[in-house]
Each structure stands twice: as structure tokens, then as C-alpha cells.
Design a protein. Structure first.
Lengths: 186, 795
């Protein structure tokens, strides 16, 4: 009887051995790397007739979720009936700060920024930079304010690979950034 | 470590072995079969006759042997599969039926008057009995199951595993575009069903609805689906059911044979080749081997009106097996590798909710100006799966049979996103290694009781590189079970119980860069009870109560981020408990009749603490705008439904095959429907099997089938909370067709087949396709198949 059970035990032990010998402790730790993350979008508006540049920044350093994004200032104040030269910078500040603006400019034929003021007569945005196909990009623009009013400016950065044409618009392609800034014109 | 395990395992198992073996002689004495009743009034002019049939195909088995040991008489089934015994006296007889390639089965018949009784045999799968641990298959389990094999399986060659299973009632698929398809059993999928691949529990990143099973369907010679909770036999997670993939047994006679499959399709212009070579050494008869390989390549699939850009795929798989089988022991080593690159529909790569709403608003994707192409661009997935399996068994004479299986799997999943300035590296790479063991001792039948006991373990280690999706984790699962089956005359009872524990160790980097290492411990008991009653007249009733449990997955506990393609922010819940399922099922089976055959099964699967994604407030604000936010929650749920299989024969070779699958799923806590449940599904095929066509010589096995599938609109969707962005698509009827025949080039048989799906090229969308927001489902597709069975053995 005793002899009969020996092979069984061997089998069971073989199984147990293989299962448990695998319990190597994994001392290493995860390091998260988002491939490329847009965390920050800044509008820098310089009055054409001279004056201090005005900036407004939307920043979400830890990416989607986690800490809520921060808008500085919470409301930007512009002068009525003034023309501003506007630059947009796009950053990845998740690890070390990395400026993505040039990358977007180089791939300008696949990107376009769209400006959606609300109410519509809050201000007028005219894109002044062009991609290699002479289509506007929008990293550089002018903003012409109207009469005193409070509202918002929604800035949408679209990735439109193979889709950017004379008829492409804010609904074309994939959204890389979509930020709404609070603006007071006075 | 080693010693302590030895101690733990040694004593209870020894005790169990002694206990069962000790019982054996006592029970065995009671179990002697009643011989012809000598004392009763003699009436010795009785006849017993009937047909011998293949259980699965209902084909008659010409030449099968029927032997009555009580009389030492034998008969051989004639050219119509009929057997006869004449001049029998009243009494109880055993009919032992044997046929090559089938399991020998014994039927006990109490003869009071002349009787016609058809006897069915099952294909011999004993060499792969790891999953058939109940051993003898005198009759099926009480729990509902469905099988595809033989010609039915051939007709699905070239389709993914999920698509191949749609022909079983109760089954549907959850898709992510045309390339990714996963099986759904009774409304449950992903980590709620188990896939047993060649006797080893398939382990990858199966929690993801867009992670297709990494299995080459060409390896399978039979795919069986156990429907409903089946935790006792298969272990944790089998809440919805089990898909069992079985390859052909290794060659058991000397020689070398093979099989070559060639496949081409319209629509995505898929080309596939799959070859198998089987051998058995003449000098060492115990030694058998097999080599198998498959290569596939497909380009963009086409919906009825446009190409679906970037939906091509490539696949290269191979496997090898070596077996050494003696009467009393055997070992087998198997290795397989699966490699695929799957394109993801370009239009489904979106940035935010507005993009999704724009996509829903369009009647076709923006990116349709492209022509057909085999190019796979970002986004795509690269997946590699390795499986190494070793199996050993020992027939322990008086005691029974002991089997041990060890499986080593490694699954590497790389996801390439479509971002600007993406390099050549994946944005996410998940790597999971799994060791599984199973030791099963199938004891010799003790009188009317047969069964088995077993112990199984799983050890897993998951790591990743790139963006966060799920944390690092280690998982140790152990379980022990016992299943016994008692059978007498027309009644069969089965019962089993299982205990499992699961220890989950997480290593996660929090957003503030701290490392946390929480540990979770789950343990649960599963049970199964089943009864089958053979009323006679080809009618059986079955009742079953089964249970299973599932621990929350690492994704459900710790996911945290925007989900691609669905424009939602998904958040894990670190306080989830295990799900526990109790499945009750009643079935009626009316079989082996000349005209009408059918099977009806009604089920109720109660899932306590069902884990689901529930919408929560507020929305999550990101630099791409606000995303609706979902969090994993738990509620008691019921999945109930009906599966109906019907077959009506107008003529011996003309019949209608009908399958109906209906499932309803309710969140009991909210008194609301659950999201993403398959719509009612009806499948009807008219099949004509002339075998040989009049006037055409050399054609055999000819068959033609035409019919279709109607999937209704899903009208039962959650109403109490916003859970979806788009109403379920309208119902759709798809016309399908199958033609096949075998021609002979000299002595070489060549099997030819054409399968046509969506023949009317109907534009439609499917509720269970996660990309239904973006594009139509696949249009007309014809699959052309050539199969060459090869024999290299010199006769």
C-alpha cells in the first residue's frame, strides 16, 4: 500500500515546487511614462501699441484625473478695442518641462488651433502663421477686442493627420487640447 | 518552503486516498450487474435493436461492435448503423459499444419486451481528459454546454475564436472593430469567463474588453462551451462559463500524416495558411509528435459602403507537441507561440467627448478616403503569447488515474497609440507571467460513483512599462476540489465542492510618486449539484445548481485614467469584494429522433456583488475638456435567459437548424437594466447534405446551407443613469451561406468550402461592438477554404 502512493506524492510535490519556486520577490517598482502629455497651454497677448504682455495659463501637471487643473489667473482682463499679438505655447510639464510648441509648428500641416469666443462679439481672432501648405496654424494670431464685456475664449488644438484641408474645421480630427479661458474686456 | 508544503499536502491527501480506496471493495460488491433473471417467468423471444450514432454529428457508425457480456454475444452495426440481438430472455443486460476513435461506452438496459434503443458514442478525447475530469462520459453533465467540431468548425476557419463560437446558442461576441472579438457566454465575458486552452487555463490580460484571446483557432479540433457558473471544475473566475479548446489527440499509430489548410477571403483580402504534421515513431510506438503553424494576413476590412481604415491584422503562430504514452503512464510536452499585430480603426482614436459626439453625428468615419491597404499604422496592438505545457499521467491500477499538468505562460501586450511624434516604442507594454499547476486524481468508479479530486495553483506576476493602466501585481491562487457523480439506470446525480484562496499583492506608484503595496486576500467556496433524468423516448430532463466566484481584477481595483475610444474617465475602487455567482438551470433534451430534435435550457444566474462601471459626478476636467466619469461599483445582479436549439429534418439529408439566445440582465439594487448586454439573437440555417451529387462523380461530403442571423435591437438599456452616448443600433438580419464538398485528385482528397457572411452587404452596427459609435460593421465577406489531409505513410 505504501509503495503505491509514492508516485502520487512525487507528482503533487512536483506541482507544488514549480508553483512556489516561482515566487521571486519583485523588488523593482513601476515608473509611469506618459508618451507625450500636454499639460499646459498659455496664451501670451501683447498689445500692439505697446504695454505689458498679458498671459493666461491652463495647467494640469499630473495629467488626466488626480489633482484638478489650475487656471492662472482665474480671469484675464483685456482692454476694450485693442489689438493684441498673441502667441500660444504648449508644454509638457509632467516630468521635466518640455516645450511642444515647435513640434506642433513643424507638423503644422497636421494641426490647427481654433478660437471660439463666447459671446461671439467678445473678440475677433485672426490666425497669422501658415503651414507648408499655406493653411493657417494658429500658434500666432491677433486678437481684436470689442466693447467692454465678459465672456470666455475656447481654444481647441486639433490633430488632423491627412484631414487638414480648406474645409476642415473644429470638428475635424482628434482633439489634443480644449481649454476655455475666462476673459473680461474692459 | 519545500518541506512545509510537503507536510501540508501529504497528510490530508493521503488520508483521502486511503479513505476512498478503503471504501472500494465494499461498494464494488454491491455493484455487480444483475444478470438475466433466472427465477422470473421466462420469455425468450425478445429483440433489442437500434442504431449506433455519433453523439455529436448523429452520423451512424457503420461497423461498431455491440457486446453483451452477460450472454457473451456480439453484434456488428450494419451498413445503416443498425444492430440487432434476437431470442433474448427478459432481464437486465449491459450493452458495451466499441468503435475506433470513440470512447467505449456501456448502456444498461432492462428488457421486458422487444425494444428499440439507439446508442450514442462520444469521440475519444481521453488523451486530453484534463478538462473532462469526470472521466467516463456515460452521459453529459446536467449543466448546459455546446460544442462545435468537425465540419461546423471547418466552416469557421479564418474567423477569430470569438466569431467561431457564435454558432452555439447562448453565445455572442463583444467586438472592438473588425479585428478584436471576444466570446460572450450568457451575457458575460472577459474576466468572467475562463478559456481552457489545451488543458491549461489561458491567462493574459483578459480583463480588457479590447484584448482578444491569444489563441490560434486552427489548433482546435473541438471547442466546447460550458454555459453558466462552473467554478468547481474550473476554478475561480468561471462565473459566466468556460470555453474549452481541445486539439486533436496525438497520432497513436506508426506513420506520418498531416493537414494543409489554405484560406482566402474577399472584403479584407485575408490570406491564411495553416499546416500540421503528425508523427508516430515505428520503432518507439509510445512516442508521438506534432508540429503546427499558421500565418495570416489581412488588410482593411470593408463595411458595406466604405473601407474601415487601419483594420488590417497579421498573425504568425506555431506549436509543437511531443508525447510518450504507455499503458500505465505518459508524458507530454507542448509549446505554442502566438504573435499578432492588430490595427485599430483610425476613426476610433478620439481626443475628447466633443470628438465622440462629432463621430456619432457623422454617418461614416472621416477617414474613408483611403483605398484598400495592408498597411497597419498607429494605433495598433502587438501581442505575443507563449504557452509551455507539460503533462504527466499515471494509471494507478486499483486506485484510478493521476494526472499532473504544469503550464507556463507569458503574455506581452504592446499598445501603440496614435500620438504626435510617437517613436518606435509602445506607449504601454504589459508583461504577465503565469504558472499554473493542476493535479487531478480520477478514482476508479466505486460502484455507481465516479469522480475525481484535485488541487490547483496559479502564480502570476504582472509588470508594465509606459503609461499607467494597471499596477504591478503578484497573484497566488490555490484551490482544491472534489466532484463525484452517481449514476443508476435512468438517473444521474452529480455534486462537487471546491475551496479557493487568492492572494493579490499590488505595487503601485501613486500620483504623488509614493509606492504603495496593498495586499488583498480573498477566499471562497464553490459548489455544484446536478441531476439528469432519462425519461426514455429520447427525452432527458436536467437540473443544475452551480456556483463560482471571482475576485476583483487589478483594473477594477486600481484603474485610473481616460479610456481610449469611449471618451470616459474610468476610476477603480480599492474596496471591492469578490463576486459570487449562483447559477440555476433547467433543461429538456429531445434527441436522436427522426424529425424533430431540440434542447431547451432556462437559466437564472444570480451574481452577488456584481462589479460594473457606474457613472459618477462630477465629470473629470482635463486639458481636453471634461470627461464623464465612471467608477467601479458593486450591486446584486441577475442574468436570466433562454437558449433554444431546434433541428427539424424534412428529409434525411435536408434539415432546418434553429438557435435562439435570449438574455436579460438586471441590476437588482437599482432595479434597472445592465449596460452592454447582448440583444436577442436568432440563427436559422437550412442545410442540405446530399453527400454525393447525382451525375458528378468523385464528389463526396457535399453540403449546402443557407440561412441567416437576426439580432434584434437592444431595447433593455439602463434608464436611471446616463450610461451611453448613443441609442443601441437597430436590429439587423444578415444572410449567410455555406457550401462544401470533397473532390479527389487521384487518391488525394481535397476538401473545398465557401462560407459567405452578410451576403446582402447590409450596412449595420452591432450593440456589442465598442466601435459602433464610429463606423458600420463589416460588409459582405466570402471565405474560400481548401483543406488537404495528407498521409506520408507508405502503405
Amino acid at each position: 500500500m505504501k509503495k503505491l502512493f509514492r508516485p502520487h506524492l512525487t507528482f503533487i510535490l512536483m506541482g507544488a515546487l514549480m508553483a512556489f519556486s516561482a515566487c521571486d520577490d519583485h523588488g523593482h517598482e513601476p515608473h509611469d511614462h506618459e508618451g507625450e502629455l500636454i499639460t499646459t497651454m498659455t496664451l501670451t497677448m501683447t498689445p500692439q501699441n505697446g504695454g505689458t504682455p498679458i498671459t493666461t495659463t491652463f495647467r494640469d501637471v499630473d495629467g488626466d484625473g488626480g489633482q484638478a487643473p489650475v487656471m492662472t489667473p482665474s480671469q484675464v482682463v483685456l482692454s476694450a478695442n485693442t489689438l493684441y499679438n498673441t502667441n500660444i505655447t504648449v508644454l509638457d510639464e509632467s516630468h521635466d518641462s518640455k516645450d511642444l510648441t515647435n513640434e506642433i509648428r513643424e507638423e503644422g500641416h497636421e494641426h490647427e488651433l481654433f478660437f471660439l469666443p463666447s459671446p461671439a462679439d467678445l473678440l475677433t481672432v485672426t490666425k497669422t502663421d501658415l503651414d507648408k501648405n499655406n493653411r493657417p496654424i494658429g500658434l500666432q494670431s491677433t486678437i481684436q477686442t470689442g466693447a467692454a464685456k465678459t465672456g470666455t475664449l475656447r481654444v481647441v488644438l486639433k490633430h488632423q493627420p491627412g484631414l487638414k484641408t480648406a474645409t476642415s474645421n473644429v470638428n475635424t480630427g482628434e482633439t489634443d487640447a480644449d481649454v476655455t479661458y475666462n476673459i473680461q474686456v474692459k | 518552503m519545500f518541506k512545509s508544503i510537503q507536510k501540508i499536502l501529504k497528510y490530508p491527501l493521503l488520508a483521502l486516498l486511503f479513505a476512498i480506496v478503503g471504501l472500494q471493495p465494499v461498494v464494488a460488491q454491491q455493484a455487480t450487474v444483475d444478470g438475466p433473471d433466472a427465477g422470473a417467468e421466462q420469455d425468450c423471444g425478445l429483440t433489442i435493436s437500434g442504431k449506433i450514432l455519433d453523439h455529436d454529428t448523429r452520423i451512424t457508425l457503420v461497423g461498431a461492435t455491440v457486446y453483451i457480456p452477460e450472454l457473451d454475444k456480439a453484434a456488428i452495426a450494419d451498413e445503416y448503423g443498425n444492430y440487432h440481438f434476437h431470442h433474448l430472455c427478459r432481464g437486465t443486460y449491459t450493452l458495451k459499444v466499441t468503435y475506433i476513435g470513440f470512447e467505449t461506452e456501456s448502456f444498461t438496459i432492462k428488457l421486458n419486451s422487444s425494444t428499440v434503443r439507439d446508442l450514442q458514442l462520444h469521440t475519444d478525447t481521453r488523451q486530453l481528459s484534463q478538462v473532462e475530469i469526470t472521466g467516463s462520459r456515460l452521459s453529459q453533465e446536467a449543466q448546459a454546454s455546446g460544442t462545435i467540431s468537425g465540419r461546423e468548425l471547418e466552416a469557421t476557419r479564418g474567423l477569430s475564436l470569438g466569431e467561431s463560437l457564435k454558432n452555439i446558442s447562448g453565445m455572442s461576441t463583444i467586438q472592438t472593430g473588425p479585428t478584436i472579438s471576444k466570446p460572450v457566454i450568457h451575457g458575460l465575458h472577459s474576466n468572467r469567463i475562463l478559456i481552457m486552452n489545451n488543458g491549461v487555463r489561458h491567462e493574459g490580460q483578459q480583463w480588457g474588453a479590447e484584448h482578444a484571446p491569444e489563441i490560434d483557432p486552427f489548433v482546435a479540433s473541438e471547442i466546447k462551451v460550458v454555459k453558466g457558473a462552473a467554478g468547481v471544475r474550473y476554478g475561480a473566475d468561471a462565473i459566466g462559463g468556460v470555453v474549452i479548446i481541445e486539439p486533436k489527440p496525438l497520432r497513436d499509430s506508426a506513420g506520418v500524416s498531416g493537414e494543409l489548410n489554405l484560406l482566402g477571403t474577399t472584403n479584407n483580402r485575408q490570406g491564411a495558411i495553416s499546416a500540421t504534421v503528425d508523427g508516430n515513431a515505428a520503432k518507439i510506438p509510445a512516442l508521438s509528435w506534432r508540429l503546427q503553424g499558421t500565418a495570416k494576413r489581412a488588410g482593411n476590412a470593408r463595411a458595406a459602403d466604405y473601407y474601415l481604415q487601419n483594420t488590417g491584422f497579421r498573425e504568425v503562430n506555431f506549436s509543437g507537441a511531443l508525447g510518450y504514452e504507455k499503458e500505465n503512464f505518459g508524458v507530454e510536452v507542448f509549446y505554442s507561440q502566438f504573435n499578432t499585430r492588430l490595427g485599430i480603426l483610425k476613426a476610433a482614436h478620439i481626443g475628447n467627448l466633443t470628438d465622440l459626439e462629432n463621430a456619432i453625428g457623422r454617418d461614416r468615419p472621416e477617414q474613408t478616403s483611403y483605398d484598400f491597404s495592408y498597411t497597419i499604422e498607429r494605433p495598433f496592438q502587438d501581442v505575443q503569447h507563449h504557452l509551455l505545457k507539460t503533462k504527466a499521467y499515471l494509471n494507478t491500477g486499483n486506485a484510478g488515474r493521476l494526472e499532473f499538468i504544469y503550464g507556463l505562460q507569458r503574455n506581452i501586450r504592446e499598445e501603440y497609440d496614435a500620438h504626435r511624434a510617437s517613436g518606435t516604442t509602445p506607449e504601454l507594454s504589459l508583461d504577465i507571467i503565469t504558472h499554473t499547476t493542476e493535479t487531478v486524481w480520477e478514482h476508479k468508479p466505486l460502484g455507481n460513483v465516479s469522480g475525481s479530486v484535485g488541487v490547483s495553483t496559479i502564480y502570476q506576476n504582472n509588470t508594465y512599462q509606459g503609461r499607467y493602466f494597471i499596477p504591478y501585481f503578484r497573484n497566488l491562487t490555490g484551490g482544491a476540489f472534489i466532484i463525484e457523480k452517481w449514476q443508476k439506470d435512468k438517473f444521474q446525480l452529480e455534486g462537487g465542492v471546491r475551496y479557493d484562496f487568492k492572494k493579490l499583492n499590488i505595487t503601485k506608484r501613486e500620483r504623488n510618486a509614493d509606492i504603495i503595496r496593498p495586499e488583498y486576500n480573498f477566499h471562497n467556496i464553490s459548489g455544484t449539484l446536478g441531476a439528469l433524468y432519462d425519461v426514455g423516448y429520447h427525452l432527458t430532463f436536467g437540473l443544475s445548481a452551480t456556483s463560482a466566484w471571482r475576485a476583483p481584477g487589478a483594473n477594477e481595483l486600481f484603474s485610473d485614467g481616460v479610456h481610449h475610444g469611449s471618451a470616459s474617465y474610468e476610476r477603480g475602487n480599492r474596496n471591492l469584494n469578490s463576486e459570487q455567482a449562483y447559477n440555476f438551470e433547467a433543461s429538456v433534451n429531445y434527441y436522436a429522433n427522426q424529425r424533430l430534435n431540440g434542447k431547451l435550457s432556462v437559466y437564472n444566474n444570480f451574481i452577488n456583488d456584481y462589479i460594473y462601471l457606474a457613472p459618477v459626478q462630477p465629470a473629470t476636467l482635463t486639458i481636453r475638456g471634461a470627461f464623464p466619469t465612471f467608477e467601479y461599483k458593486q450591486a446584486d445582479a441577475i442574468f436570466r435567459g433562454v437558449d433554444l436549439d431546434l433541428e427539424y429534418r424534412f428529409m434525411p439529408n435536408l434539415y432546418l437548424e434553429s438557435r435562439t439566445s435570449i438574455v436579460r440582465a438586471i441590476n437588482k439594487d437599482l432595479d434597472d437594466y445592465l449596460f452592454g448586454i447582448p440583444a436577442d439573437r436568432y440563427n436559422n440555417m437550412l442545410r442540405f447534405e446530399p453527400g454525393t451529387l447525382a451525375g458528378i462523380k468523385g464528389l463526396t461530403g457535399t453540403h449546402i446551407a443557407i440561412g441567416g442571423t437576426y439580432v434584434a435591437e437592444q431595447t433593455r438599456v439602463p434608464t436611471k443613469a446616463e450610461q451611453d452616448y448613443m441609442a443601441p443600433p437597430a436590429g439587423a438580419f444578415l444572410l449567410n451561406m455555406e457550401i462544401g464538398t470533397t473532390v479527389y485528385a487521384g487518391k488525394q482528397p481535397v476538401e473545398l468550402g465557401i462560407t459567405g457572411n452578410n451576403l446582402l452587404d447590409k450596412p449595420y452596427r452591432d450593440y456589442l461592438n465598442r466601435f459602433r459609435y464610429y463606423a458600420d460593421d463589416i460588409g459582405r465577406m466570402l471565405l474560400f477554404r481548401v483543406k488537404l489531409p495528407l498521409n506520408f505513410t507508405k502503405n
